[in-house]
Design a protein around this ligand. Structure first.
Ligand SMILES: [Zn+2]
Length: 397
């Protein structure tokens, strides 16, 4: 048996380059890698034989010669990505090119028992594995979960926002159920992977992604790589302290950003405001379920001009902007991408975060910084999980 090429082999790098460029000729590959034509032809032939790439047509070169174009073969394999959030499970089926083929969305109530959540995740996986929209065999499954994850061990260490969720052996649970390779990662990093490949992070080596939902997560891309930290716990901006004498946080400390600006905190403030009669509009929007008001309700009320809701989002945005400014001053990224369920259709929050960031970051750093909003929508993390699942195909090419 020939030995599998090591990750980062020349063939793997050429395959990644073809994927990133979309369509490319042998000559362009030779120029980009400073390789001679014979070496490129050898690599391309091997990738064609492995069905990892396909010829897609011809283009006239400037010298008037026909050049064959090559592209990644999306139908080489399909991959499943599962995203567990505090209030939802989303599953996607994609081809090797990260093109979505099928999708399952499932709402969950915070506080469900761990085994029931795992059962739901497996049910969604099963339905995607049997999808009539598949274009190839499913080769692997990616699962992202919130909180601390050890991707090497395939274990979700702890998710502060899911009661009882501790030391969950995701890889073992899914591999034994489906007999396929399973990769796992934190949901914010999965969203970061999706942004890097499909969204606002394309072509960027240094960016930070803020994942704003029920909790607040972050993915760091530094020098072209995801930065996970010494024990996979980087990016806890949600637990940066904004008020040392503030409310107790799920992590045990006081006054973390999550206690004032997460989806959970905004929802709690909204419920209190409704009970105190501070917003007729929010009370009307959430009639009969005022104590279960959500951050989405607040976003809707704010868009309708409700002063209480607008004020809640402005305060949350200012706190997030301040924490982001500190992160930006330390890391000097080229861009900050705002993503996550709470960012979608929430212009007041986005504006306030931008204002807080501009007011507090160092001028020299701030002036070069791009602030962007994710366009991947609620499926971003699930797409990132599918990209994670497909990674061994590229690394092992
Ligand atoms: Zn905390």
């Amino acid at each position: 048996m020939p030995r599998a090429a090591a990750p980062g082999s020349k063939r793997a790098r050429v395959l990644g380059f073809i994927r990133d460029r979309g369509e490319i000729s042998r000559g362009e590959i030779a120029a980009a890698f400073e390789l001679d034509k014979k070496t490129v032809s050898g690599i391309v032939d091997e990738l064609l034989t492995a069905s990892l790439i396909v010829p897609t047509g011809f283009r006239e070169s400037q010298a008037g010669r026909r050049q064959e174009l090559l592209a990644l073969n999306g139908s080489h394999s399909n991959h499943v990505g599962i995203d567990l959030g505090a209030t939802h499970i989303i599953g996607v089926l994609t081809d090797l090119n990260a093109r979505p083929l099928d999708r399952v969305f499932f709402e969950i109530r915070p506080g469900l028992p761990v085994q029931i959540i795992l059962d739901q995740m497996r049910t969604i996986t099963r339905s995607l594995l049997a999808s009539p929209r598949a274009t190839a065999k499913v080769a692997s499954i990616g699962v992202c979960v919130p909180g601390f994850v050890n991707p090497r061990a395939g274990v979700s260490l702890v998710a502060e926002n899911i009661p009882g969720w501790k030391e969950v052996p995701i890889r073992a649970e899914f591999e034994s159920a489906f007999g396929l390779p399973v990769l796992t990662e934190d949901c914010s990093r999965a969203l970061g992977l999706a942004e890097r490949r499909l969204g606002a992070g394309r072509g960027r080596s240094d960016f930070i992604l803020l994942d704003l939902g029920y909790g607040i997560g972050m993915a760091l891309f530094l020098d072209g790589r995801i930065y996970s930290g010494s024990s996979f716990k980087s990016g806890e901006i949600g637990h940066s302290v904004v008020d040392p004498s503030g409310a107790e946080c799920t992590c045990g400390n006081r006054g973390c950003l999550e206690t004032v600006a997460s989806g959970r905190a905004i929802a709690r403030e909204a419920a209190a405001g409704i009970a105190a009669g501070r917003s007729e509009l929010l009370a009307g929007l959430t009639r009969g379920r005022g104590e279960d008001a959500t951050a989405q309700d607040v976003a809707i009320a704010a868009r309708m001009g409700d002063p209480f809701a607008m004020d809640l989002l402005r305060k949350a945005g200012a706190a997030i902007g301040l924490s982001l400014a500190n992160a930006v001053n330390i890391l000097n990224p080229a861009s900050v991408i705002l993503g996550g369920g709470l960012i979608t259709s929430n212009p007041i929050l986005v504006e306030s975060i931008g204002a807080g960031l501009r007011a507090n970051a160092m001028p020299g750093i701030r002036d070069e910084l791009a602030l962007e909003v994710s366009t991947l929508g609620v499926d971003g993390s699930a797409l990132g999980a599918a990209l994670l699942a497909a990674r061994p195909v590229f690394e092992g090419a």
